[in-house]
Ligand binder design. Structure first.
Ligand code: PEP
Ligand code: MN
Length: 338
């Protein structure tokens, strides 16, 4: 249920509603919009649904949220959520380019990539330190050493960094060293991990599982938000279909669908969706045209030598070309690079 406060309701009136909800054992999630404050009530419905909310000072109305996802829904918040990651805005009219190698390999590889990403207008650096690999014999990532290299690349360039966490035991260290904590496709329904990242303060990049529906993605985001962290960015990264030509099938329709259902931003990852570097640029442009809030792309100084996902990584020239194309399409769409 959500309790919509009147325009200009006072802090005391808002606090009074929160206290009442907490007294009956519910959790109150406050969303302050431009004009209205809305308080989401989560818990045992029966305990608060029948209270005479409209008799409370400052309350305009109390309405049920019909969708299974509540706090992430457009019903709860009509305006787009705009996240701020070290000054980089994500959501609304901003288009955010997140780029970097699949995995952190060396300091030199990470810093040279970070410098390129920054020079061409990207705003977030990616790189995996804990890698979810299909084979236990494949490179598993540098772990904490990789996180430190990422932090060094941020120090050199000022770019905020995003990296994956796979295990609850690593949430603390990843949250300490990274600016955005990524939940990979394979962990989208690892509910304990979702709750764990919901209880730490850094924004979360939540990737859609390759066998998960849009509603399941939104329910996963609801886990994070209802655990206390409102800063979630969703990511469409391709789903499994019968088509073997591409690694997955990019479901671009998820972008406007998620945006109609949720106020949270959604970015597109054509690298993991296709597995093919030559398909990255057209699909990044398609994502921008479809209204995505950004892209996540794998870039490597020498894809031939990449320790992971070389075939789907674009090189520095490819990234520079992509950014030129993005900038010209953005002018037509009146979007801003964040
Ligand atoms: C990644 O972004 O590094 C990754 C492993 O992607 P996904 O979880 O989408 O497969
Ligand atoms: Mn990868």
């Amino acid at each position: 249920m959500m309790i919509v406060m009147k325009d200009g309701a006072s802090e005391r009136e808002i606090q009074h509603v929160i206290e009442k909800l907490e007294n009956v054992g519910a959790k109150a999630h406050v969303s302050k919009g431009k004009y209205k404050t809305v308080i989401g009530a989560i818990g045992d419905r029966e305990k608060f649904i029948t209270l005479p909310w409209e008799a409370f000072p400052g309350v305009e109305k109390a309405v049920p949220i019909l969708k299974p996802f509540k706090l992430v829904s457009r019903e709860f918040r009509q305006e787009d959520s705009i996240l701020d990651v070290r000054g980089v805005k994500i959501g609304g009219n901003h288009f955010t380019v997140m780029a970097g190698p699949c995995s952190v390999e060396t300091e030199e590889q990470m810093i040279s990539t970070a410098e390129l990403v920054k020079k061409e207008g990207g705003s977030i650096l990616r790189g995996g330190a804990f890698k979810p690999r299909t084979s236990p014999y494949s490179f598993q990532g540098l772990g904490v050493e990789g996180l430190k290299i990422l932090a060094k690349a941020r120090e050199e360039t000022g770019l905020p960094v995003v990296t994956e966490v796979m295990d609850s035991r690593d949430v603390e260290i990843v949250a300490e060293l990274a600016d955005i904590v990524q939940i990979g496709a394979r962990n989208m329904q690892n509910f304990l991990l979702l709750k764990e990242v919901g209880m730490q303060p850094k924004p979360v990049l939540l990737k859609r599982g390759f066998s998960n529906t849009i509603e399941e993605l939104l329910m996963a985001a609801e886990y994070v938000v209802s655990s206390g962290n409102p800063n979630v960015i969703m990511c469409e990264r391709g789903i499994r279909t019968f088509e073997p030509f591409t690694r997955n099938t990019l479901d671009l329709s998820a972008v406007p669908a998620v945006q109609s259902l949720s106020h949270l931003p959604i970015v597109v990852d054509p690298s993991h969706a296709t597995g093919k570097s030559e398909l990255i640029e057209p699909l990044c442009l398609a994502a921008l045209a479809a209204g995505a809030d950004g892209i996540l792309v794998e870039v490597h100084p020498n894809p031939e030598e990449a320790w992971c996902d070389g075939p789907q990584s674009i090189d520095f020239n490819g990234f520079a070309h992509l950014m030129r194309q993005i900038k010209s399409l953005m002018r037509a769409l009146e979007k801003e690079l964040s």
